[in-house]
Write a protein that binds this ligand. Structure first.
Ligand SMILES: [Zn+2]
Length: 391
């Protein structure tokens, strides 16, 4: 990817539409979305500032609670100017809660209104909020996703996968768990000067080709080739709608430029579309498989693909306390013995970014040899809902 850095104070300046302007613009946007055939969205760091994750290009005078962008702070440090960032509520990506905009996208995709989502954000919040993998291109990678260099298998983890120190180094030190492959795993983060993932990029351009409306939210539209995607929609005669506080190089191609915070726009938009913004809950899936005299416990994502969730799993393998077995390494396997009860109690431990407490699952191995459980955690209440067995 390549970048056009913000240089002038005019480019850093934030604009705000008046109440009347906003009302009129969002009215228009809602009408266009409702009559669209292929509505897509494009997101940048601006949709995650409401989650406490600072962006890149906000100036020193930004209204955002996260304060100036990372690059603005770095530039001021270099110039040895005193840097007084705002008292921002900035949080790590792993502890951030999806914003109203993230959650609105989930329901627009579920309702079939939004056909595809393209994001430049690496915070993983779109997938975390519940957007299915096949509905999104994460052009610059995902902090939770690593891929096998040899066979391409993807591994979603409930922790930051990147641990390479050099910008162009991507090996994570972990290996593909496919016994016939065992290739090295690489983080999915794309740095400047590196090529974007081909499949994600192609998917994004294919959707842009047939899009009649593209809603760009919270992106300065200065990083290519990502910014060429919304531009393609406009060039094809589709409507490009840009929601951003600062002006962007694509403003002149837009059918509408909305200057307001993303969550404020999305709240009004969803009201007009009469779609509720759902409250975020953490949906997790757990597969318990009982084969060849062992029990294997593994985390799964919404599509039931492998997802590293548990730093520790415990299982009581008999009647006495000594029979309590602990696994701290994936795959979490427990050998079955003649003393193993038919009803197994499996205690799952989590990374706990949102205060997830351990949870005990009951698995009757005489009932079936494989079961998939859906477990739901309400981070606002701090409790797990009762586990539901899917099959
Ligand atoms: Zn592999």
């Amino acid at each position: 990817m390549a970048d056009t850095a913000i240089k002038t104070s005019e480019e850093k300046k934030e604009y705000f539409d008046t109440e009347e302007e906003l009302e009129e613009k969002i009215d228009k946007l809602a009408t266009w979305i409702l009559s669209s055939e292929h509505f897509i969205s494009f997101t940048g760091a601006g949709i995650s500032t409401a989650c406490g994750i600072p962006d890149f290009r906000s100036g020193m005078d930004t209204v955002l609670p996260t304060g100036p962008g990372c690059w603005e702070l770095a530039a001021n440090k270099k110039k040895k100017k005193p840097v007084k960032p705002k008292k921002g509520a900035s949080v790590s990506m792993h502890k951030a809660y999806p914003s109203k905009t993230h959650m609105a996208f989930v329901s627009m995709i579920e309702s079939g209104l939004m056909k595809f989502l393209i994001s430049q954000n690496v915070d993983g919040l779109h997938r975390k909020s519940g957007v299915p993998a096949e509905k999104i291109s994460e052009l610059h990678g995902n902090t939770n996703l690593e891929k096998c260099k040899d066979c391409g298998k993807q591994y979603l983890r409930d922790f930051r996968v990147r641990n390479a120190k050099k910008a162009k180094a991507h090996k994570t030190g972990r290996l593909c768990d496919d016994p016939s492959c065992r290739g090295p795993l690489r983080d999915s983060i794309i740095n400047f000067g590196e090529n974007l993932p081909e499949e994600d990029l192609n998917n994004a351009f294919n959707h842009a080709e047939c899009a009649d409306i593209c809603l760009s939210m919270g992106s300065s539209l200065r990083v290519t080739p990502a910014a060429d995607i919304p531009l393609r929609v406009a060039e094809n005669g589709g409507k490009l709608v840009i929601v951003n506080l600062q002006r962007t190089p694509l403003d002149e191609h837009a059918a509408l430029n909305i200057h307001a915070k993303c969550d404020d726009v999305i709240e009004r938009l969803m009201e007009k579309l009469t779609i509720e913004i759902p409250k975020w809950k953490i949906n997790r899936f757990v597969e318990v498989c009982c084969k060849d005299k062992k029990v294997t416990v593994s985390g799964r994502d919404e599509q039931h693909n492998y997802y590293s969730l548990f730093p520790k799993v415990e299982m009581k393998n008999g009647r006495d306390l000594k029979s309590l077995k602990t696994s701290i390494k994936e795959p979490h396997n427990f050998p079955l013995t003649e003393h193993s009860p038919s009803e197994l109690k499996i205690k799952l431990y989590f990374q706990g970014h949102y205060g997830e407490k351990p949870l005990i699952l009951t698995f009757d191995r005489e009932e079936s040899d494989t079961k998939l459980f859906k477990i739901v955690f309400d981070p606002f209440v701090g409790e797990w809902e009762p586990a539901e067995s899917l099959f």
